[in-house]
Design a protein around this ligand. Structure first.
Ligand SMILES: Nc1ncnc2c1ncn2[C@@H]1O[C@H](COP(=O)(O)OP(=O)(O)O)[C@@H](O)[C@H]1O
Ligand SMILES: [Mg+2]
Length: 239
């Protein structure tokens, strides 16, 4: 039992054999996914929920970033597989699970070389059961300040473990029916030897900006200054 890697032609795959089997490459095929996800459309920027052998999973494709992102993609070589965004996110999730942090279990990742210089990549994680992202939650109902405080404490716990989340917005936070928070989407994130106060702060400010922006966009959107103070209080207590 454990993580296994294989290559198949131009594709490289890593997977956790406790979650998926050696036949997991089919889970990355558009036709298979569309047929097994109740008719979801497989496209960049949309997570696809599906089930395989009784395990609930989520598939996401990486979109190309800005200019810098594109340059990195174009210099991709197999020797740098470990440095690709998808491999880094897979391994980061693995490390955070080992640290006991609430993130989804990584199930499989695949990178396919598209000659001469490009590649395509996708990641499959285990679905966090009975969860909604914080954007969906706050469009539907408010959270009490105890929950906001708990979220602040959780963010501080990631920071104590030197985890930097490159895009901590409301859609990258999940809340379960039993009131537990998870952080997701660690694309471009990193686990530092020592996380700087500046990087830690930038995660918190990013979340604030995301909540303010969503408030301008959705009516209702249940977020108040009082909620934010509760989050900050939890964060300070968890530091
Ligand atoms: N492991 C998971 N469990 C439950 N929901 C998930 C999971 N991963 C993603 N999602 C849902 O899919 C959305 C998009 O996934 P995400 O990993 O953030 O990709 P993107 O790069 O498209 O933002 C999330 O906001 C969340 O609602
Ligand atoms: Mg996201």
């Amino acid at each position: 039992m454990g993580y296994r890697q294989f290559s198949n032609g131009l594709a490289r795959v890593i997977y956790d054999d406790a979650l998926v089997g050696a036949d997991c490459e089919k889970l990355f095929q558009r036709d298979w996914l569309e047929a097994n996800s109740g008719g979801a459309t497989v496209e960049r920027g949309t997570a696809v929920m599906f089930e395989h052998n009784g395990v609930a999973l989520v598939f996401k494709q990486y979109h190309r970033g800005g200019l810098a992102g594109r340059l990195v993609e174009k210099t991709y070589l197999y020797s740098r597989l470990e440095n690709t965004r998808v491999w880094r996110e897979f391994n980061m999730l693995r490390q955070m699970r080992a640290l006991g942090l609430p993130v989804p279990r990584p199930a499989a990742a695949r990178c396919v070389s598209v000659p001469p210089l490009a590649y395509r990549a996708a990641l499959i994680t285990e679905r966090v059961p009975d969860s909604k992202n914080l954007t969906e939650v706050l469009c539907a109902h408010p959270l009490d300040n105890a929950s906001w405080e708990k979220l602040g404490q959780l963010i501080a716990r990631f920071h104590r473990n030197n985890v930097y989340h490159a895009d901590l917005n409301a859609s990258n936070i999940l809340l379960t029916g039993s009131g537990d928070f998870y952080l997701i989407d660690f694309d471009k994130g990193v686990i530092r030897n020592t996380l700087s106060a500046k990087e830690a702060r930038s995660n918190v400010s990013r979340l604030r900006r995301s909540l303010d922006k969503l408030q301008g966009r959705h009516t209702p959107f249940h977020f108040s200054e009082d909620n934010w103070q509760a989050l900050e209080k939890g964060y300070a207590a968890g530091e």
